[in-house]
Every structure is written in structure tokens, then in C-alpha cells.
Ligand binder design. Structure first.
Ligand code: FRU
Length: 529
């Protein structure tokens, strides 16, 4: 007993010492770190992706647009560079591209951690948290502690700068150990709030309804369905327009902790109808993963997880915007970066498209990213005989690039780009003409040894259109995101190349191919002038 109390006392002391060094930008370790020459210049620090200044990050949380600002909260450990002490870190952006770090919004407290969740603008002040002059922001999150997970809420009347936990928490308590990640939206047709929340181990979602965000009633359940391995986490539900029509369908997003298409964690979706109570799937023809399970995969790379969309993007804008966590639970805690760990993907807008395979979820890079482009580099009708075309440094090279290319496959059996090419290293973005797959091969991309599940080649199906494929690639210091055929197949992957390797090569194997057109730009940093 005495031993235990010493341990507890030491832990409390340690915790309060750590608190002093917490991540409030006005205090302690972070403000000191900010003054160093390393700050946002560290090895592998992404230059146009969101990363926390220091310490661990996982899922995006509380994504909401309000008063000209996109809020990005995130699962964060303010005290270390691995998972723990889960709190909500916070940043805002006026343009989806440049981010301003703000103090931690919600912090773990007396053994209750703040797990993932969402935030909404309560325009009608249904919660009564508002002062009547402006709508309150309400965060709906999972409280994790004392052996269970509950759904809790907090509110802010100062544009998300400070938050008050609701005194009547929890708002849903099923006395369950695993019950988490509430995503809430206002369902106009039935005039109520709808929460989608996961029962991870049962691979089920539950829908709850509420008139005031405080009292919730069960509407229905969904699942198991799709990929049946892996726990279900971080769901989302929203209507999406089918491109070229004025017709919408509902899309249900379910992130799964393991067993995804590329191995480890990933994201699947269902297309169907939501009537205010039930979600009904109406889209068949899903793709299978290696173990033959059937699912529609959002991203075929290994690093796109816990993706959820922004709430309350203005109607005039009309886009459904989201981003995901560029990592995978298999090795997230081992990523070789310091003193922070993890990055978010670039923001993407979502649509539905009728393809030869049926209706598909399409991801397109947010157009705002174009403002990062430097001088345009362009090529047309560049024929490449069976072999390699190396671009010289004055032509096309760099650590941060956007490349848009239309490739005529000709007689080649495999084509693509070697990025961050050095003597013994390269990260490949390619197309396998025989198998009709778009791939990223990071087997020799640099540091892959930090975890046995990290290296490897990952692929997704991509159709050839009139003898061509279309690629849009975003390369940052330690990531690749490739959008095939205008967002039909996407792969997101981290890479950790040697800093001196900046060359770009095009390769055409097994025959000749042609770059019909290529436009590329070196991209500016969002953290430095
Ligand atoms: C997903 C997840 C969520 C949970 C959070 C905890 O990555 O496991 O289900 O709320 O991370 O950090």
C-alpha cells in the first residue's frame, strides 16, 4: 500500500512537472523550442501538411467551420511523443492551407482522457449554451476512463478558443468499455441532431437523435458489414452529390483499426440512403482485400486513417471537405521523427462519380493548395523508349512537388515516377499495365527499418482510359499522396528518404510510353516564408 502511494505521489509530481511543460504556446518547453533554429526545419518535417509543433498526434477531431475559420482539433499527447494523455490539440486556418496553432482545447483530467469526436455550430442554440448573441460551438467527444467510454460534450462561446465541459456529462453512458468517436450533424429533414457512434469490437455503429445535444435517443444500428476484420472507429455520415447530376446519396464512412486493404488500419465506405433513422446500403460491387473480404476502400495506401469531414462548411461553398491521419496503427508510435510524431493528409474534397465499376467515392485535392505552387514546369509529348528519363535539377526535382501527368501507356508494361531518387533509394509511384493497378512502392524509399510492417508496395485498381492514365501527385518531405484518374483511386503513404535525394526519374518498362502532358510545381512551405 505504502509503495503504491509513493508511486502515485511520484506520478502526480511528475504529472504536474509535465504540466508546466505542457503545450500551451505561452509557456514552457514549446515556447523554448519555438525559438530554436530546428523549429519546423527538422529532418522529415512535412512542409505543407499539418503537423503539431511537438509531441504525439493521431486522429483529426472536432472539424468544424465557423466565422471564417476551419478548426482542426486532433488527438494529442501534450506530454510525449507516443500515444497517451489524450487531449484535443487545436489549430485554425482561414484558407485550409496555412495553420495557426492554438492552446490545447480539451485536456485529460483525473484519469479521463479526451478521445475522438466532432464539433458543430449550434446555430439555433438548441443546447442553450449560447448567450443569445452568437451561436455556441459544441464539441461531442468520447470520455475514456474508469473502465468505460462515454459520450460527453463541451461548449465554447469564443470562437473555439476556450471550452467548458458540460456539467451534466456524460450525455450517453452505456457502461461499455468500447463505445466511441461520435460524429454529429444537423439533419434538416427530421429537424434533429444525429450522432453516428461506434461500438468498435462488435463492428457496429449506432445512430442517436437529439433535439438539444444533451438528451439522446437510440435511432438504429448498422453493421457488421463490408470488411469484417478489425475494430470499427471514427465513423462519419453525410450526403454527397453525384458528379454531373443534382442527385445525392448518403455516404457512411467507417475507419477500421486493422485488416484494411494495404494492411493495418484503413478506411472503408458505404453508399446508400439515410431517412433520419436508418442507414440502408444500396451500392454493391465492392472491392476485395488480400484476404478476400469485400469492402469499398477510400484509400489504397497504407497511411490514411480516422478520416472525418468538416461540419458546417458554408452552403455557398457546398464542398464536403475532409482529411485523414497520415499513419497506421501498425507503426504509428515508431515513425522516425522528433520531437513530434504524425501528420495529417492534405485536405481533400469529396464527390460521388458513376464509373464503369459503379458509383465510387472520389477524393480531389482541395483547390486552395494551388496557392503553394511555384513556377510551372511543363512537358508535352515526351516519348520514353523502354528505359528511364532522368530529369536534371534545373528541370524537375525537389522534396516538395505537385506533378500532374497524363501518360499514354503505349507498349509499356509498367510506367511511373521514381521520386526522391538517390544512389540506393527511390519512392515509386507507378502503374502496372498488366494488372491495371496504381501503386506506391516504398520498399527502398529510405528509412524503412524502424518497423517490419512499414516497407512494401501497395496498390489499388485503376482503369486505363483510351490508352491513358492520369496522375496527380503531392510529394512532401515525408509523404506521397497520389490521385489516379482524377481521384478515383488514391494512395497515401509516408516515406523517410535521405535528405540529399531529390531527383525525379520517369520510367517505362517492358516497352515505350509517352508523357502526353506533364505540369509540375515546386511547392512552398506553409510554415516558412
Ligand atoms: C482511432 C482511435 C479512436 C479513439 C482515438 C484514441 O485512431 O483509436 O477510436 O477515439 O484513436 O486516441
Amino acid at each position: 500500500m505504502a509503495k503504491l502511494s509513493i508511486v502515485i505521489a511520484t506520478a502526480c509530481m511528475l504529472h504536474s512537472v509535465l504540466d508546466i511543460f505542457g503545450e500551451d504556446p505561452s509557456t514552457g518547453r514549446l515556447s523554448d523550442y519555438r525559438k530554436t533554429s530546428q523549429y519546423y526545419y527538422e529532418l522529415h518535417r512535412p512542409q505543407f501538411h499539418f503537423t503539431p509543433p511537438m509531441n504525439w498526434m493521431n486522429d483529426p477531431n472536432g472539424m468544424v467551420f465557423y466565422d471564417g475559420e476551419y478548426h482542426l482539433f486532433y488527438q494529442h499527447n501534450p506530454h510525449g511523443n507516443t500515444w497517451g494523455h489524450m487531449s484535443w490539440g487545436h489549430a485554425v486556418s482561414k484558407d485550409l492551407v496555412h495553420w495557426e496553432h492554438l492552446p490545447i482545447a480539451l485536456q485529460d483530467h483525473y484519469g479521463v482522457m479526451i478521445f475522438s469526436g466532432s464539433a458543430v455550430v449550434d446555430f439555433k442554440n438548441t443546447s442553450g449554451f449560447g448567450d443569445g448573441t452568437k451561436p455556441p460551438l459544441v464539441a461531442i467527444y468520447t470520455g475514456h476512463g474508469h473502465g468505460k467510454q462515454t459520450q460527453d460534450i463541451a461548449y465554447s462561446d469564443d470562437r473555439g478558443r476556450t471550452w467548458t465541459k458540460y456539467e451534466g456529462n456524460p450525455v450517453i453512458d452505456l457502461n461499455m468499455a468500447d463505445f466511441r468517436d461520435p460524429k454529429v450533424f444537423w439533419h434538416e429533414a427530421s429537424h434533429k441532431w444525429v450522432m453516428t457512434v461506434s461500438i468498435p469490437l462488435e463492428r457496429k455503429l449506432r445512430f442517436y437523435g437529439s433535439s438539444n445535444l444533451k438528451e439522446w435517443e437510440l435511432l438504429s444500428e448498422f453493421g457488421p458489414a463490408g470488411a469484417v476484420k478489425g475494430i470499427w472507429e471514427c465513423p462519419d455520415l453525410f450526403p454527397l452529390e453525384i458528379e454531373g447530376t443534382h442527385h445525392s446519396k448518403w455516404v457512411l464512412i467507417v475507419n477500421i483499426g486493422s485488416g484494411s486493404i494495404a494492411g493495418g488500419s484503413g478506411c472503408q465506405y458505404f453508399i446508400g440512403e439515410f431517412d433520419g433513422t436508418h442507414f440502408t446500403v444500396d451500392s454493391a460491387s465492392p472491392q476485395s482485400n488480400a484476404s478476400g473480404e469485400q469492402a469499398n476502400w477510400v484509400d489504397h495506401g497504407k497511411d490514411f486513417y480516422a478520416a472525418v469531414s468538416w461540419s458546417d462548411v458554408p452552403k455557398e461553398d457546398g464542398r464536403r471537405l475532409w482529411l485523414g491521419w497520415l499513419s497506421n496503427w501498425q507503426y504509428a508510435n515508431n515513425i522516425p521523427t522528433h520531437p513530434w510524431r504524425s501528420a495529417m493528409s492534405i485536405p481533400r474534397s469529396l464527390t460521388l462519380r458513376g464509373t464503369s465499376q459503379g458509383l465510387r467515392l472520389i477524393q480531389s485535392p482541395a483547390k486552395e493548395l494551388r496557392k503553394l505552387r511555384g513556377k510551372e514546369i511543363a512537358y508535352h509529348e515526351l516519348e520514353i523508349m523502354n528505359g528511364t528519363r532522368t530529369f536534371t535539377e534545373g528541370e524537375l526535382s525537389g522534396k516538395r512537388l505537385e506533378i500532374i501527368a497524363t501518360i499514354e501507356l503505349g507498349s509499356a508494361s509498367e510506367v511511373g515516377f521514381r521520386l526522391r531518387k538517390g544512389k540506393d533509394e527511390a519512392s515509386l509511384v507507378g502503374y502496372d499495365v498488366i494488372r491495371n493497378t496504381l501503386f506506391v512502392d516504398r520498399t527502398q524509399s529510405g528509412d524503412v527499418a524502424f518497423h517490419e510492417d512499414f516497407g512494401g508496395k501497395h496498390e489499388g485498381p485503376l482503369a486505363i482510359e483510351n490508352g491513358h492514365i492520369h496522375l496527380q501527385i503531392f510529394l512532401d518531405d515525408s509523404s506521397i499522396e497520389v490521385f489516379g484518374n482524377l481521384g478515383e483511386t488514391v494512395l497515401s503513404e509516408r516515406i523517410f528518404p535521405s535528405p540529399d535525394n531529390i531527383s525525379v526519374e520517369y520510367f517505362s518498362k517492358g516497352g515505350d510510353s509517352k508523357i502526353s502532358s506533364l505540369r509540375a510545381w515546386n511547392l512552398q512551405s506553409i510554415w516558412h516564408p
